[in-house]
Design a protein around this ligand. Structure first.
Ligand SMILES: [Zn+2]
Length: 364
């Protein structure tokens, strides 16, 4: 790689503690054999996965290559319409008069969404030339214009610094406006090498946890999110996360409140089990569980076992995170499943003969 740079700190939380998550060589559109070093941040409330070394020159060249025009199939139309519905359901869509899309690709989303004024920004000369005929090209540096809706699908995972990128979008957002982001989801289901998602140009592999961490301190809040899989879609063979961001409301983070209200009863019961020193198993140490337990100092309790199929071997609250098989034949008073793939967890519990008297499932 020509003039490659090494990323020494986590681009999301700035932690220096990281390890090599995966390493493999890959030949991509840049037509070179490159060694991809994928790092994982070891800060437990971040765990962001990112490319540890890359060349900005190579990436710049790559983004200038002509893009092939692809025909949109039926399932892709459904996919784009699903995206539009998600946006419509979660913002005041009728009041949204202006849209800026970053990285519009073929421009199909721009075409499909019904908003009065449509702008776009892209780095690829061919895309700019083609889309300029229909939509306005937005000049990021010189324009003071602000937008009701800013969309960036499959862009954030390509940025050098996702925090600076989001800041730039925020500066172009109207006070009541919303930012829509879509990225591949690496929370629990996907490993980078299992899919197209591991590309030379992907500098980041986001999970809900690292996204939560990313927007901290940006005066933005997640007002809605959705994760789903669409294997027929060329743009996303894998799980994706979509989320909408607003300026943070006066009353604090809205999604936290929704979450707290939903789990209010469970939190109370969880505290009772903890204080009575009952045996508890927590399965899944992602943002769901951290949100659920943030009002409790878990360091004070040793009556909890922790299972996480990706984080095992590490420590949390002074206790070791284990694989499910470590607790073979164990019996629990309370079981908390804090991942979304509940059916898989139940299968694994059965396989490992782990039983419980009471079950809570925390689901986003
Ligand atoms: Zn980090």
């Amino acid at each position: 790689m020509s003039n490659s740079i090494k990323i020494n700190r986590c681009p999301v939380c700035k932690s220096r503690s990281k390890n090599i998550h995966k390493q493999f060589s890959y030949e991509k559109t840049i037509n070179k054999k490159v060694l991809l070093k994928i790092n994982k941040c070891l800060s437990i409330n971040c765990n962001h996965i990112f490319l540890g070394e890359y060349s900005k020159n190579d990436l710049k060249k790559h983004y200038r290559y002509p893009r092939l025009i692809t025909k949109v199939n039926k399932s892709e139309i459904e996919y784009y319409d699903g995206r539009i519905n998600f946006i419509k359901q979660n913002i005041k869509f009728e009041q949204s008069k202006s849209l800026l899309e970053i990285g519009p690709g073929d421009g199909f989303f721009l075409k499909r969404i019904n908003i009065e004024k449509k702008y776009f920004f892209d780095r690829n000369p061919n895309i700019i030339k083609k889309l300029k005929k229909i939509y306005k090209f937005f000049n990021f540096k010189n324009s003071k214009q602000k937008f009701d809706l800013i969309c960036a699908s499959h862009v954030l995972e390509h940025t050098y610094n996702p925090k600076i990128f989001l800041k730039k979008l925020k500066n172009k957002l109207k006070l009541n406006g919303a930012i829509f982001i879509e990225v591949p989801d690496f929370s629990y289901f996907s490993e980078p090498e299992n899919l197209d998602g591991c590309l030379y140009e992907h500098t980041h592999y986001f999970s809900l946890k690292s996204i939560n961490k990313l927007i901290e301190g940006l005066n933005l809040e997640i007002v809605a999110f959705r994760r789903f899989l669409n294997r027929d879609n060329k743009a996303s063979h894998n799980y994706v996360i979509q989320f909408l961001l607003n300026f943070k409301g006066k009353g604090g983070c809205r999604i936290d409140k929704i979450f707290k209200a939903k789990n209010y009863k469970e939190i109370g019961e969880f505290k009772k089990f903890l204080n009575k020193r009952k045996k508890i198993l927590i399965w899944g140490l992602g943002s769901n569980f951290f949100k659920f337990s943030e009002s409790i100092n878990l360091k004070n309790y040793k009556n909890i076992d922790y299972v996480d199929i990706r984080e095992y071997g590490k420590e949390i609250f002074g206790l070791k995170i284990q694989r499910p098989s470590h607790y073979y034949n164990n019996k629990y008073d309370l079981m908390i499943i804090a991942t979304t793939d509940i059916e898989n967890v139940k299968d694994s519990l059965k396989k490992n003969k782990i039983s419980y008297k009471k079950l809570f499932t925390l689901n986003g």
